[in-house]
Ligand binder design. Sequence first.
Ligand code: GTP
Ligand code: MG
Length: 335
Amino acid sequence: MSKKKTCIGCGIVLQDENMSQEGYTSNIDNDICNRCFRMKNYGDYQIVTRSNEEYINILRDVNKTKDLVLYIVDALNFEKDITSIRQYLSNRMILVINKRDVLPKSVKDEKLISYFQNLNLDFADIIIISCHKNYHLDELMNMINKYKKSKKVYVVGNTNVGKSSLINKLIKNYSEKEGELTISPMPSTTLNKISIKLNDDLTIIDTPGLVNRGNIVNYVDSDHVKKINPKKEIKPKTYQIKKNQCLVIGDLVRVDYVEGDKNSFTVFASNDLKVKRYNSNRCQFLKNLSKIPYEVAYHQDLVIDGLGFIKIVSKAKLDIYVDINVNVYTRNSII
Ligand SMILES: Nc1nc2c(ncn2[C@@H]2O[C@H](COP(=O)(O)OP(=O)(O)OP(=O)(O)O)[C@@H](O)[C@H]2O)c(=O)[nH]1
Ligand SMILES: [Mg+2]
């Protein structure tokens, strides 16, 4: 039986029978599905929901190989527990921290790298890159050649971290071809494994992203998703803040300062999200959302998964108002 034809953008099997099903194309001779065509040409995004089971099966297959894995994370929004990928994969891995360009230049690479090194992660190496700025891609390529054990290298990570963007850049920079993988600010753009032969010695394999259910992008509309995804360097916003004041970020999150001395909060989130300070007692914004009490220690970040983080200088008791499904947690400050 001949192998079914798949979309060059997202990897889904192409079909010309049912418009409402994945993989639809009006002409089966096309190389691309309608969904990818619309995303690429009109920026018209269709949200697809994916179960992590399918993704985990892909990881299990990768685990059966000895191939090198690039584990991609987003510099602004890396996951709480980076080691959790190890429950599925025992392959040799390089940790690739992408989207360096969105973090302010004042944040030094060495600081970020040492933050990850101190977590004692079991990675062969760690590198910070930016696909958009072509930053450290030659260095990454050298690392791939140094650590790969076979001709195949897998690219894995959560949705939206820039796996397909990275592969497109590698194709552009290191082969005669142009990258045709579909990229978008929406989660679950890539739907299946896609193999791309860069040269006789190296085939890179894109994978769908693991959906992080705690990420705020799952609970907002597409206009908000675009706003939340920073397009350029973040300008951190610092507020001197006293007890009984609050910060409202976009129309998505509210942070009330309930208990503590005079403090300083610095918001690291997309410049498109407005931040405002109010008196808590007189502010009614977002009070309809669920309230979660938090305590932060000296020099910690309060992370709002998918949105960014707030660096808090002194210890504080806070009330956070946000969609109940969004993961909020504290960590030692990365800045
Ligand atoms: N600022 C910035 N944005 C980036 C960078 N790399 C990727 N992006 C953006 O991140 C978003 C997601 O990129 P994709 O390449 O589709 O991410 P993915 O990991 O393949 O996502 P899935 O296929 O859904 O798992 C897009 O809006 C990209 O433009 C980068 O280096 N800097
Ligand atoms: Mg992708």
